[in-house]
Design a protein around this ligand. Structure first.
Ligand code: SAM
Length: 212
């Protein structure tokens, strides 16, 4: 997702107290940012932040960090968060490729990947956020009992993601090819912006939860 360039979006992001400006400075010490020792969960490729904000409002004893690559997209989340003022949510503008420079070993309790960019060309497979290259990065920062949750409406991307689980040393805990009609996996589901859009078009939503 890229949005029309918004004049001054970088400046607005730089001034927001909800955006962590130098995230690598907090590596291994994120509890200090939230001033507590609650578990930390992250969404990579957060977009405009609907999912993170709903989760954070529902779970005040969990800290959340939303990660987004583009300032113009992040700005929308910043504007919403400045109204909601959720104390347990922070935002970072960064490329997830550098995630191990920002979080220490085992520092993260759960990672959410929602409607990640498909990168359909084979030669770009390693850029997919569910590739074995990214799973190796998540292995570094995720606690031993941590989980990754991935949702998409893209069947090809989901099949690719399933194929990456075992070679990367992970195991499936739960898998569905129709989340919205899955009695076991649906309860507690929080819809993302893309999920609202694509499920309203009748697309099934695929989801896995993996661990190692
Ligand atoms: N998760 C949201 C949802 O489900 O509504 C947004 C989905 S959107 C298709 C994917 C988002 O991931 C985009 O905003 C894109 O900029 C972001 N993104 C893609 N690759 C990224 C990366 N390597 N690091 C950080 N963000 C990334």
């Amino acid at each position: 997702m890229r949005l029309r360039n918004v004049t001054g979006s970088r400046e607005m992001i730089a001034e927001s107290p909800f955006v962590v400006q130098e995230p690598a400075a907090h590596r291994g010490a994120w509890g200090a940012v939230f001033e507590n020792s609650h578990p930390i969960q992250i969404e990579i490729g957060m977009g405009k932040g609907r999912f993170m904000m709903e989760l954070a409002a529902a779970n005040p004893d969990v800290n959340y960090i939303g990660i987004e690559k583009y300032s113009t997209v992040l700005l929308r989340a910043v504007q919403k968060l400045e109204v909601l003022e959720l104390p347990n949510l922070r935002l970072i503008r960064m490329d997830a490729e550098d995630i191990c420079e920002v979080f220490g070993p085992g520092e993260i309790a759960r990672i959410y990947l929602n409607f990640s960019d498909p990168w359909p060309k084979d030669r770009h497979a390693k850029r997919r956020l569910t590739s074995r290259q990214f799973l190796a990065r998540y292995h570094e920062i995720l606690a031993p009992d941590g989980r990754i949750e991935f949702k998409t409406d893209n069947e090809d991307l989901f099949d690719f993601a399933l194929g990456e689980i075992a070679p990367a040393g992970w195991k499936p805990e739960a898998v569905t090819r129709d989340l919205h009609h899955d009695e076991k996996m649906l309860p507690g589901n929080i819809m993302t912006e893309y999920e609202v859009k694509f499920s309203s078009m009748g697309n099934p939503i695929y989801k896995y939860i993996i661990y190692r």
